[in-house]
Design a protein around this ligand. Structure first.
Ligand SMILES: *[C@@H]1O[C@H](CO)[C@@H](O)[C@H](O)[C@H]1NC(C)=O
Ligand SMILES: *[C@@H]1O[C@H](CO)[C@@H](O)[C@H](O)[C@H]1NC(C)=O
Ligand SMILES: *[C@@H]1O[C@H](CO)[C@@H](O)[C@H](O)[C@H]1NC(C)=O
Ligand SMILES: *[C@@H]1O[C@H](CO)[C@@H](O)[C@H](O)[C@H]1NC(C)=O
Ligand SMILES: *[C@@H]1O[C@H](CO)[C@@H](O)[C@H](O)[C@H]1NC(C)=O
Ligand SMILES: *[C@@H]1O[C@H](CO)[C@@H](O)[C@H](O)[C@H]1NC(C)=O
Ligand SMILES: *[C@@H]1O[C@H](CO)[C@@H](O)[C@H](O)[C@H]1NC(C)=O
Ligand SMILES: *[C@@H]1O[C@H](CO)[C@@H](O)[C@H](O)[C@H]1NC(C)=O
Length: 394
């Protein structure tokens, strides 16, 4: 037994040596092959120089301890301490400053995660998007409205370039201006600005509903009511109707054929409310938007037709076809009534909150039809602030 085991060990050793020799000779042949291959390769010079440059680059920057360089994610370097692809920044983009062009911005905003579950606790938020020329006279009213609901909303302000909202750092509006461009009211630039607001707001993955507001808009219910109403609805609130007059169908251009047909043409108030899926669909569209840009002019107003028509063509069933923003057309004419100090009474605000008509919400009838109202003059602010706790519930 012992002997045979010894013999076996000897043969095993022998076999082991043979294997080692085999492996070594294979390696020698392999390395020789690689060296010959590289030597004959035309890439060899390039390869070595780029390696050298990279090496130099890394060394150069780690050797000189310039402040700021360690945090510079534009430089390829060993990034052990710096979180160059920060999840936090990706999920919660804090500072809204950026230098992306619309084209770059819309591309980024159009991205949809394919994975269904979020790797973070996603509290859906309502994005309040203010499209304004300059000041927001109703700001104190809105601040009171937002007070205490920090995690469930985000604000975006598109003002004319050069205008800077003057608010203290404790305001909900502080640092919420997005990079803007000039807007000529009545032109396609207005629709551009709406899409720019949507795209900036889409960069925050928690934003689920998107409301467009102006400087003359006010809330008529408190935040929890508005939040529940919007988050709880499968429909988006975009006014949409077929107006046979020259102010509706009359603005359609046959040059939009064959993509957009007259029977698909819709009109509606520009003050929309959209869910995330529809917002992404709108910032992703180039084909139909280009037609509006080219042929919806003059006296056509893309902001009143593009979104209603586009939704009617592709997402009709997801739209409530009504707006949640009340407006007073009773005077007639091209512009709605502007309401000032004299108009603000308890009874008046109550009539906006519930004027006796009922509308459909999640296939039920409700008297709660309007969450916001326009158009209010700056003089309406003081009396409105007096009514928030008694009538509006905030
Ligand atoms: C980061 O490095 C790039 C390239 O060298 C440079 O242009 C940029 O100014 C640097 N940024 C900071 C914040 O240091
Ligand atoms: C900003 O607002 C503060 C306080 O209301 C005021 O004192 C200041 O002059 C304003 N600044 C500008 C540039 O308007
Ligand atoms: C807000 O501004 C005040 C005074 O200007 C300053 O003391 C405070 O640190 C600021 N707070 C933040 C969070 O930036
Ligand atoms: C956002 O970042 C820019 C550029 O770094 C800076 O100028 C601006 O003050 C920041 N805004 C806020 C609100 O921190
Ligand atoms: C809104 O109009 C579309 C047609 O564009 C229709 O399919 C949809 O059912 C309407 N929505 C509601 C809630 O009635
Ligand atoms: C608002 O007040 C003005 C001036 O008093 C009045 O002419 C107008 O009818 C009022 N509008 C409403 C909707 O009460
Ligand atoms: C309620 O408001 C709607 C929309 O503004 C209007 O069409 C309707 O006539 C109003 N109803 C009453 C009773 O005032
Ligand atoms: C606001 O309410 C106070 C007390 O309730 C009253 O004295 C004041 O005149 C009101 N202001 C306006 C603008 O209605």
């Amino acid at each position: 037994m012992q002997r045979s085991r010894g013999e076996k060990e000897d043969t095993d050793k022998h076999m082991g040596l043979l294997k080692l020799v085999k492996i070594l000779s294979f390696l020698v042949v392999f390395v020789a092959g690689v060296v010959i291959g590289l030597a004959t390769s035309s890439h060899i010079n390039q390869y070595f120089t780029s390696q050298a440059r990279l090496y130099f680059y890394t060394n150069h920057f780690s050797a000189t301890t310039m402040p700021g360089v360690q945090n510079n994610c534009s430089i390829v370097q060993s990034c052990e301490k710096v979180d160059c692809l920060s999840m936090e920044r990706f999920i919660h983009p804090g500072n809204l400053t950026h230098s992306m062009s619309d084209n770059e911005l819309f591309w980024r905003a159009s991205m949809v995660p394919n994975k269904k579950r979020y790797p973070f606790n996603r509290v859906p938020k309502v994005a309040f998007m203010f499209l304004t020329r300059g000041p927001l006279p109703m700001l104190p009213l809105w601040e009171r409205f937002f007070q205490g609901h920090g995690k469930r909303f985000s604000i975006y302000v598109h003002a004319l370039p050069g205008y800077k909202l003057n608010v203290t750092n404790s305001s909900a509006f502080y640092g919420r201006q997005i990079p803007s461009q000039n807007v000529q009211w009545g032109t396609v630039e207005l629709a551009d600005a709406e899409r720019r607001l949507l795209a900036n707001a889409l960069l925050d993955f928690s934003n689920e509903r998107f409301v467009l507001l102006s400087e003359s808009c006010i809330p008529v219910y408190n935040f929890p009511t508005v939040y529940k109403y919007l988050i709880g609805s499968p429909h988006s609130f975009v006014e949409s109707y077929d107006d046979p007059s020259r102010y509706g169908r009359g603005r359609y251009s046959r040059k939009m054929l064959p993509e957009i047909k007259l029977f698909q043409w819709r009109k509606g108030s520009q003050w929309f409310e959209l869910n995330r899926a529809l917002a992404i669909s709108i910032v992703s569209d180039t084909k139909y938007y280009t037609l509006f840009r080219k042929y919806c002019k003059p006296s056509c107003y893309p902001d009143e037709h593009y979104i209603p028509t586009y939704l009617n063509m592709f997402h009709g069933s997801q739209s409530a076809n009504r707006s949640v923003t009340w407006v007073d057309w009773s005077l007639g004419g091209p512009h709605p009534a502007t309401l000032g100090e004299a108009n603000i009474t308890e009874g008046f605000i109550r009539s906006i909150r519930n004027n006796g008509t009922r509308c459909s919400y999640n296939s039920e009838r409700t008297s709660l039809c309007y969450l916001f109202a326009r158009k209010f003059a700056p003089s309406a602010l003081e009396p409105l602030l007096n009514l928030t706790s008694t009538v509006m519930g905030f």
